[in-house]
Design a protein around this ligand. Structure first.
Ligand SMILES: *Cc1c(COP(=O)(O)O)cnc(C)c1O
Length: 397
């Protein structure tokens, strides 16, 4: 058998391949250059244009672009009214920001376990955690697969909860034909460079509720309003604006917005290529008995941000760490998404302990994310598959 690179054999690839990377084309660069040459750098017309484009893409009535996805989550949690004494149910397998936004508001994140096959938050687990203090849910479309909207929406209606969808992975995904961004009370997006479309840093909240929209706009800019109806001391003075609550500077620049508009125009093409790569991985990995594929619910037409390789430890002579390192030695640089949020030492200090969400904890021990981005060539994909096969064969039990 071919020797693994980790033991001195020849690696599958000469050059390292990371798990995610932006794809910038000449017209993206032109769009940014045009703003730099002739435009307003911030608070200009690109902001409303980007929001309009996001409404088209997501089918939402309103969109508010902000400086990053974490800011989007923070503003959504504030607009939801989360505060001291409230509980908010959150997915444990996600980036920390999905839960941190609850802490920013002084409320308590309560982690509901995932479905062991789809890896998304399990509505049955949510239901069991609802108490009189529960005010909302932050559900994450992990890897890009839509959460179970029907079930979660029903729980929210029954208990009067606010449904925030963290769709940082899921732009372009549809649930029963409806685009992500148009269904939850608020949907949050991120345009970080590893995500499907990028604005450098950037984020957005979409909603169909006009009141929520107005509040998000105000919170994005310090809590300051120019609308006389919102003022405590309204006046005709043209220069007058008034801070009516405590907000932030979470504005996106027009430079970023121009890039975002240009990238959103490519979403269909980006999505199609991601789907092609996912299909290739699925087909090849289905033949490797040492790994399992993520299950897709039929309602979700998924634009995948992450491709999860999940090991079956009972069939392998190595653990995830050894598999990850061996893959890396083959120059396939995977990443692990994610440590259960409450395993972070900060959450530990807040009193969260291991064992809260057994399905999430088991998943974490068995996964890594394979390279998935628009710029991967078919040859790159073949290299990844070859490396996974090689490492799996080496450690086969
Ligand atoms: C990327 C990401 C965020 C945060 O977005 P930023 O733009 O990096 O602040 C939040 N939640 C999830 C699930 C993410 O993947």
């Amino acid at each position: 058998m071919e020797q693994l690179a980790i033991f001195g054999g020849t690696p599958v690839r000469e050059q390292p391949l990371g798990y995610g990377k932006q794809w910038i084309e000449e017209d993206d660069i032109q769009a940014v250059a045009e703003v730099l040459r002739n435009g307003d750098l911030t608070c200009g017309p690109m902001i409303a244009a980007a929001e309009q484009k996001l409404c088209e893409v997501t089918g939402a009535r309103y969109a508010v672009v902000v400086s990053n996805g974490t800011a989007a989550l923070h503003l959504a949690a504030m607009a939801a009214g989360f505060g001291e004494g409230d509980e908010v149910i959150v997915s444990p397998i996600t980036f920390a920001a999905s839960a941190n936004c609850v802490l920013y508001c002084g409320a308590k994140p309560v982690f509901a376990d995932i479905d062991p096959e789809t890896y998304n938050i399990d509505p049955a687990a949510i239901e069991k955690l609802v108490t009189p203090r529960t005010r909302g849910i932050v559900a994450v479309d992990y890897t890009g697969q839509a959460v179970r909207h029907r079930e979660i929406g029903e729980i929210c209606r029954r208990h009067g909860l606010v449904f925030i969808e963290d769709a940082a992975h899921a732009i372009g995904t549809r649930y029963c034909g409806q685009p992500v961004g148009s269904m939850a009370d608020m949907t949050c997006f991120s345009f970080h460079p590893v995500k499907t479309v990028t604005s450098g840093e950037g984020g957005a909240v979409t909603t169909n509720d006009e009141g929520v929209y107005r509040r998000l706009l105000r919170l994005r800019a310090h809590g300051i309003t120019r609308s006389r109806e919102e003022m405590v001391h309204p006046t005709d003075a043209l220069w007058y604006n008034e801070q009516v609550e405590l907000g932030f500077n979470y504005r996106m620049t027009d430079i970023q917005a121009a890039l975002l508009i240009s990238q959103l125009g490519k979403l269909d093409r980006f999505a199609a290529r991601r789907k092609e790569i996912v299909a290739k991985y699925d087909e090849a990995l289905a033949e490797i008995p040492e790994v399992v594929l993520q299950r897709e619910i039929p309602e979700s037409d998924t634009v995948r941000h992450l491709y999860i390789l999940r090991l079956r430890p009972e069939r392998l002579l190595c653990d995830r760490r050894q598999f990850f390192d061996a893959l890396r030695a083959e120059n396939i640089y995977s990443q692990v998404h994610y440590l259960p949020v409450y395993w972070h030492s900060y959450y530990e200090k807040l009193g969260y302990g291991k064992g809260l969400c057994p399905n999430a904890e088991k998943l974490y021990e068995e996964i890594m994310s394979l390279p998935l981005f628009y710029g991967l060539t078919d040859g790159d994909v073949d290299d990844v598959i070859a490396a996974v096969k090689k490492v799996a064969a080496h450690y086969r039990r």
